[in-house]
Design a protein around this ligand. Structure first.
Ligand SMILES: Nc1ncnc2c1ncn2[C@@H]1O[C@H](COP(=O)(O)OP(=O)(O)OP(=O)(O)O)[C@@H](O)[C@H]1O
Ligand SMILES: [Mg+2]
Length: 247
């Protein structure tokens, strides 16, 4: 079972879009997939078309130990989802000791998936630390522009800290270039800079800028359900094949 945190503390870089559509591509490839939404914005949950009415319990109740994993998870056409909702932000205020380990405890006995993907919030706070304490891999979606590239070093420092104090074995297994537009020279420049400074980390497949990827969440659909012939669907499928081939 590969457990992968989709992480970047910068906001709006394509974490949720990548989590949802990689999960969907994995399912198409015959893999058993669990998506954990550990962002209090609950955007992966919404992207999958789950509304408050569909969700009886969320990851928040599971982390607090009030319900089991099985009670909180939802089967959405064959992809299992541990959904989130807004009150997850209150985890910060709960008086539990060693709060970084709550997700790991919830997941202790969970088996039977090929892949667990965790959609992280845009911060390195307690929710993200829960993801990083449990996961064994990190995949970083990166918008190929100057500030996001710069911010990634910040992120790597945070990951180093996590390796030292919480999870020795965790590794960054790949970087996804998102919202790529070959006509933008900054995209091409940052692409070659990333290749140079972090050789081998960037997936060959770049996810191109694609309107269908922006539209799909409002229909509660993955890109494969919404427009299976779009560039977004093609790119996420090729990218997912690369991720699957890694191990
Ligand atoms: N390849 C793409 N082409 C065009 N738009 C995209 C692409 N990928 C993502 N987007 C859009 O960019 C916005 C941010 O994407 P997304 O929500 O996936 O980022 P995020 O990193 O999860 O954000 P947050 O940090 O707030 O959780 C969304 O409106 C999304 O539809
Ligand atoms: Mg998100």
């Amino acid at each position: 079972m590969r457990t992968i945190a989709i992480l970047n503390n910068k906001g709006g870089v394509g974490k949720t879009t990548s989590t949802v559509n990689i999960a969907a591509a994995m399912q198409i490839l015959g893999k058993r997939v669990l998506v954990i939404d550990i962002d209090h914005q609950a955007q992966a949950t919404y992207h999958f078309g789950l509304s408050a009415g569909d969700v009886k319990f969320t990851i928040f109740e599971a982390l607090k130990g009030e319900v089991s994993f099985d009670d909180a998870k939802i089967d959405r056409n064959g992809i299992d989802i541990l959904p989130s909702k807004n009150d997850l932000k209150d985890l910060d205020f709960l008086p539990f000791p060693a709060k970084e380990f709550l997700l790991k405890e919830v997941m202790e006995k969970v088996k039977g998936y090929d892949y667990v993907l965790i959609d992280c919030p845009p911060s390195l706070g307690i929710l993200t630390l829960n993801a990083l304490t449990y996961a064994s891999e990190i995949i970083v979606p990166l918008q190929l522009e100057f500030l996001p590239f710069h911010g990634m070093y910040n992120l790597f420092e945070g990951v180093q800290m996590v390796k030292q104090r919480l999870n020795k074995g965790i590794e960054v297994t790949g970087i996804i270039g998102t919202m790529y537009n070959a006509a933008k020279s900054i995209n091409r420049e940052v692409l070659s800079e990333t290749d140079e400074r972090l050789p081998g980390k960037l997936y060959q497949t770049l996810v191109r800028e694609n309107v269908a990827l922006q539209e799909a969440p409002s229909w509660g659909k993955t890109i494969f359900e919404y427009k299976s012939d779009s560039n977004g669907a093609v790119d996420y499928m090729n990218l997912t094949k690369e991720i699957v081939a890694q191990g």
